[in-house]
Design a protein around this ligand. Sequence first.
Ligand SMILES: NC(=O)c1ccc[n+]([C@@H]2O[C@H](COP(=O)([O-])OP(=O)(O)OC[C@H]3O[C@@H](n4cnc5c(N)ncnc54)[C@H](O)[C@@H]3O)[C@@H](O)[C@H]2O)c1
Length: 335
Amino acid sequence: MSQLRVGVIGYGYWGPNVVRNLYALEACQVTALCDKNPAALQKALRVYPGLRTTTDERELLTSPDIDAVAIVTPVWTHYPLAKMALENGKHVFVEKPFTATAQQAEELVELADRKNLRIMVDHTFLFTGAVKKIRELVDKGVLGPLYYFDSSRINLGLFQHDVSVVWDLAPHDLSIMDYVIRDKAEAVVATGGGHVNDRADMAFLTVYFPNKVLAHINVNWLSPVKVRTTLIGARDKMLVWNDLEADEKIKVYDKGVTVTGAEGVYDLLVSYRSGDVWAPKVDQTEALKAELGYFLECIDSGATPFNDGQAGLRVVRMLEAADKSLAERGKAILL
Ligand SMILES: NC(=O)c1ccc[n+]([C@@H]2O[C@H](COP(=O)([O-])OP(=O)(O)OC[C@H]3O[C@@H](n4cnc5c(N)ncnc54)[C@H](O)[C@@H]3O)[C@@H](O)[C@H]2O)c1
């Protein structure tokens, strides 16, 4: 694989993680870094002396010696930056959420297709050992047919000034849900509110899928405790993923319910099964490193990443639907 020349835009909170992981990949050379804020560039230069830096994104986006760009800036800038990158023949790695509107996402997907360029949306959790293991268990049929996906991502802050808690935190859960359930979501219901300013700081999302499969997502910046727990209920097994656990992040419970004697409702016999619990081994590789390595591989081979622009678009559509539903106090919005 030849070395790919990557430029990075945005060196705030998340950007340093992207730059650090790109530096660690042999197949890549970080060619330049852009941030509007000179102090951010100074910070980067202390870690990477000699790195080419600029405050002008056009310089990076039009540079002939850059093959791909990583866009690690606030969501409202993703569309203009990605569009300019694609127009200048560069592959794009862009942060979640992909864009501020579904229309922008559709346009970028179409542009990338037309120019035969790759878009990868940073749905980092899909590259964690835990999510890879969950997907494997679902794919192998270990859990049986899915009943529900129930995810809590709550803590105190970090309040974002440009987006609500839905656009900040729910892209993680929606992308994981989309990856694990793999069916087409039908409708979104969202309730929630903004207590500190006008933007929602807590929200409950319900996503409806065919065959009575339900997803529920609880995102909250006003929780006194930090919780990162996902329950997956299925016919044969039930799974709990606690991302705050250091070792046994995933536990699979051989628990379930069998209904017998369904002659009439009063004759219903429900038997509960309570068997073993096991904790499968989960790969500990840093997710962002695996993801960026995969981005370089996809560019090299021409393969379409599974977390491509279409995957980003599906998440943005659900975020837009959640906003509409929130504004109407939980009206179901069809997708
Ligand atoms: N994948 C993850 O787990 C994860 C985690 C955190 C943030 N994010 C995403 O990363 C993105 C950035 O978030 P953040 O928390 O790092 O934000 P931030 O505000 O801390 O940093 C953004 C940086 O981009 C710079 N910037 C803004 N507009 C620019 C432009 N037009 N050209 C050049 N530089 C520009 C700012 O000066 C700032 O340094 C968001 O989309 C966020 O959702 C993803």
